[in-house]
Ligand binder design. Structure first.
Ligand code: NAP
Length: 247
């Protein structure tokens, strides 16, 4: 029987690429999207691309910062696919600004979407995996969570927390054959980085040993490895995928 993977925030960017890569690897795919009409249309297109690999794929709307939404979505996915074998906690936002000017809302929103979502989804899907005695969780951190970044007090706090949650949940779930790892991308070409100014882009690339942005499939490939049988003895780790970024 095909295994099932949930990818949160999979209507575009890195999440959409991971969904398609895991479909190519043979997983049935649950494409999570933020509840909006435009995200729904994009998520449907991602699911269609996944089905082209001969697997089953369906879209599930949920605001992953909301505990009840995650509980309901996880239940619906379990009912639809019977098992939940892989969870990729990918959904994330930025609300950048220097600390002196950062509002409480900017802080709270980023923590809710990037950090609390990992609690919400790991709690619900992780419990199912523990009962199954197998599962793989991959959390999306960031180099900003490893090294810090000016203008990203909120974002780097949330992404550092993701690393802490990865290590703690790896220790809690390991005896049940559930691995939990994180990837920490550097600067990857997506709508998130397209929004930067030319000046910002130039300054960033000067810090990257490989002098180029990463591509989404370079993240998806590492996630594919971490959920594969080849990674069966790797847990609690954070892998930087940054082309040799020095911050
Ligand atoms: P993106 O293109 O903005 O995609 C993020 C996805 O998450 C979007 O589909 C977004 O939907 C969704 N999302 C946001 N809030 C959500 C919520 N509450 N519930 C469900 N879905 C939600 O960003 P990306 O670059 O692909 O980033 C993916 C992940 O990688 C994020 O966790 C990000 O922090 C991390 N990352 C990215 C980079 C990079 O260089 N791009 C570097 C390091 C880490 P909407 O479009 O409706 O907001």
């Amino acid at each position: 029987m095909a295994k099932t993977a949930i990818i949160t925030g999979a209507s575009q960017g890195i999440g959409a690429c991971i969904a398609k890569r895991l479909a190519k690897d043979g997983f049935n795919i649950a494409v999570n999207y933020y509840p909006s009409e435009s995200d729904k249309a994009k998520a449907e297109a991602v699911a269609e691309d996944c089905r082209a690999f001969g697997v089953e794929a369906e879209t599930f709307s949920a605001d992953v910062s909301k505990y009840a939404d995650c509980e309901e979505m996880t239940k619906a996915i379990k009912e639809r696919f019977s098992t939940i074998d892989v969870l990729v906690n990918n959904a994330g936002i930025t609300k950048d600004g220097l600390l002196a000017r950062m509002s409480e809302d900017q802080y709270d929103m980023v923590i809710a979407v990037n950090q609390k979502s990992v609690f919400n989804m790991t709690k619900h899907a992780g419990t199912i995996m523990m009962k199954q005695r197998s599962g793989r969780i991959v959390n999306m951190s960031s180099v900003a969570g490893v090294h810090g970044n000016p203008g990203q007090f909120n974002y780097s706090a949330s992404k550092a927390a993701v690393i802490g949650m990865t290590m703690s949940s790896a220790k809690e779930l390991g005896s049940r054959n559930v691995t939990v790892n994180a990837v920490a991308p550097g600067f990857i070409q997506t709508p998130m980085t397209d929004a930067l100014t030319e000046e910002q882009k130039k300054a960033i690339l000067n810090q990257v040993a490989m002098r180029r942005y990463g591509q989404v499939d370079e993240i998806a490939g590492v996630v594919s490895f971490l959920v594969s049988d080849d990674a069966s003895y790797i847990t609690g780790q954070t892998i930087e995928i940054s082309g040799g970024l020095s911050m």
